[in-house]
Design a protein around this ligand. Structure first.
Ligand code: RP5
Length: 164
């Protein structure tokens, strides 16, 4: 579902963030949600960030998933540039395990929110599910697919643990 009139933008600060953000893309694929993927760095490509934020709503994006690590200013800067909801994914880092990313993303000033997920792969997958939930509010067919996805996950959890 990549690139076809994308409803969701998945952006990341670096190619090295892709293994994490891929988890969000996988969820969107499973739920049949169109998306695009871009490298947009707050520090290395600030003009690209500016243009992406300026055109996001007009291009029909409904949710932006933004992942970055370390001094992770991408989600917050994107939120300052567009009214499209931004879901932030703190990428795990070697130096500080992603706590740096988390703090950089979560602690936004009043007025410009970022819906901040958990650090790393689980956070990225949840970002995909958060985007799906937002879109499902006005898309009954997607709401049905999301309900089925959630029910399947619940059904996959055994009632009793396996014992050695
Ligand atoms: C951040 O710096 C990126 O989001 C990435 O998580 C981190 C390291 O980037 P690379 O040095 O791997 O390109 O801007």
């Amino acid at each position: 579902m990549a690139e076809e009139s994308p409803q969701v933008g998945i952006i990341m600060g670096s190619q090295s963030d892709w293994p994490t953000l891929q988890e969000a893309a996988t969820i969107l694929d499973e739920l049949g949600i169109s998306y695009e993927t871009r490298i947009v760095s707050a520090h290395r490509t600030p003009d690209r960030l500016w243009d992406y934020g300026k055109t996001a709503a007009g291009r029909g994006l409904k949710v932006i998933i933004a992942g970055a690590g370390g001094a992770a200013h991408l989600p917050g800067m994107m939120a300052s540039k567009t009214r499209v909801p931004v879901v932030g994914v703190p990428v795990q880092t070697k130096a500080l395990s992603g706590v740096d990313s988390l703090y950089s993303i979560v602690q936004m000033p009043r007025g410009f929110p970022v819906a901040t997920m958990a650090i790393g792969a689980a956070g990225a997958a949840n970002a995909g599910l958060m985007a799906a939930g937002i879109l499902a509010v006005s898309d009954p067919a997607l709401a049905e697919r999301l309900d089925a996805w959630r029910a399947a996950l619940s059904a996959s959890i055994p009632e009793e643990p396996l014992r050695d």
